[in-house]
Design a protein. Structure first.
Length: 202
């Protein structure tokens, strides 16, 4: 993920980004650039004198925490900080896209990659929790497979049920096997023999 620099030239702004906070005198705006053109979102509640840019999505001042141009209701100013471009945390909650991730524990919350995160009791795909067998041990195997100490998961957290865990192994982006079965995505591939099944190179 690229980073942008803060530049002070009469106007404080974040350069070379699709979204940016702009402080001009006593006013703050959230500026969006895209293929359709430019759009400025006014931030009438923002205090320019104390405004602090945290990243391209989050900021705070003496009175509020902001996701893009909107104050986050209830966010705690003193403890709020960012963990990634889209994830923020305070002493009570974890936020994704400026919204509270239900049941996420800020004390044990950990980002695994751009999409996945976990705490000691839950695994999250963006802002939704999945039904993980052992959240504390959940890890990403590759772009298509995840696992914990008890279960394997395909793609977006689909648990592969009925597996022999000690012998289960992903074979490719879409296939896996254990001593008894071959699996396509999260389902048994009927008629396939795990002893002879091979995935052809593409």
């Amino acid at each position: 993920m690229f980073k942008c620099s803060l530049i002070l030239m009469g106007i404080l702004f974040v350069s070379s980004c699709a979204q940016e906070y702009v402080i001009h005198g006593s006013h703050v705006i959230y500026h969006i650039r895209n293929e359709g053109g430019n759009m400025d979102q006014k931030m009438p509640k923002a205090d320019a004198a104390t405004f602090m840019i945290l990243n391209h999505q989050y900021a705070k001042d003496a009175h509020h925490v902001y996701y893009r141009s909107h104050p986050i209701a209830g966010a705690e100013l003193k403890s709020f900080h960012t963990l990634s471009e889209y994830v923020g945390v305070d002493s009570k909650h974890v936020y994704y896209d400026g919204k509270i991730i239900q049941h996420a524990n800020p004390r044990s919350f950990k980002i695994l990659d751009a999409d996945w995160s976990r705490d000691n009791s839950h695994v999250f795909l963006e802002d939704d929790s999945i039904n993980a067998c052992d959240p504390h041990t959940f890890v990403i195997v590759n772009d298509w497979w995840e696992k914990d100490s008890k279960c394997y998961y395909f793609a977006y957290g689909a648990r592969v049920r009925g597996i022999d865990y000690p012998t289960f192994r992903p074979l490719s982006e879409t296939y896996a096997s254990d001593k008894d079965h071959v699996y396509y995505h999260d389902s048994v591939l009927k008629g396939a023999n795990p002893a002879t099944f091979m995935v052809s190179a593409q």
